[in-house]
Design a protein around this ligand. Structure first.
Ligand code: ZN
Length: 198
């Protein structure tokens, strides 16, 4: 008898080998009246289309300090990030952002307004970050974080941040904090920096 396989998590593949409708092998081609390469089943005609994934997160503030988590997982193991992750099916962006904060930092927060919306077309993602007020300095980082800590805006570890959407969101925050106004920012990151992590 074989032992049950150890579970492992990964985003469902963008390209699949077999048709999800009839299980025949699929091929990549542009269907008639379409303009994009798609996974097409020549057997049953199914065209499998793909869409961007949403990443939801929070910029949590405690007494003018920002809460960051140091990643215990790849990609960017050991780098600092705002609490954020892939949105789950059946939740809202706000619910997902709060869930990620709970999972990665164990922080109690009061969610504020949406702050950045960032299109990352090369990574096939859209990132959403909410402002939030941290309600207690007690942190209980989960298994995805090596540690969680508060940083004053002068001490943000700019060279050790995990993702460009985190860097640019924090850059906006530092600039806005000088004026005391935090409007929503919508922009895109069109060029890959070093890999597809955003
Ligand atoms: Zn098929």
């Amino acid at each position: 008898m074989t032992a049950p396989a150890q579970p492992f998590y990964f985003p469902a593949p963008r390209a699949q080998k077999y048709c999800s409708q009839c299980s025949h092998p699929i091929s990549m081609r542009i269907p008639p009246d379409d303009n994009r390469l798609r996974a097409v089943c020549e057997h049953c005609g199914a065209v499998h289309y793909q869409n961007p994934r949403n990443v939801v997160g929070v910029l949590p503030i405690w007494q003018n300090k920002v809460l960051l988590c140091r990643r215990a997982i790849e990609p960017r193991h050991g780098k600092w990030t705002l609490p954020a992750g892939f949105m789950e099916l059946g939740e809202t962006t706000a619910q997902g952002a709060m869930r990620e904060t709970q999972e990665e930092a164990g922080a109690q927060i009061e969610l504020g307004p949406l702050y950045t919306v960032i299109d990352v077309p090369y990574a096939e993602q859209v990132h959403f970050f909410y402002l939030a007020k941290v309600l207690s300095e007690d942190l209980f980082p989960g298994p995805e974080s090596l540690e969680a800590a508060f940083f004053s805006l002068d001490d943000i570890p700019w060279n050790d941040l995990a993702f460009r959407t985190v860097t640019t969101t924090l850059e906006h925050y530092v600039r806005d904090a000088e004026k005391g106004l935090f409007p929503i920012h919508h922009y895109d990151i069109p060029i890959p920096f070093s890999d597809k992590a955003g």
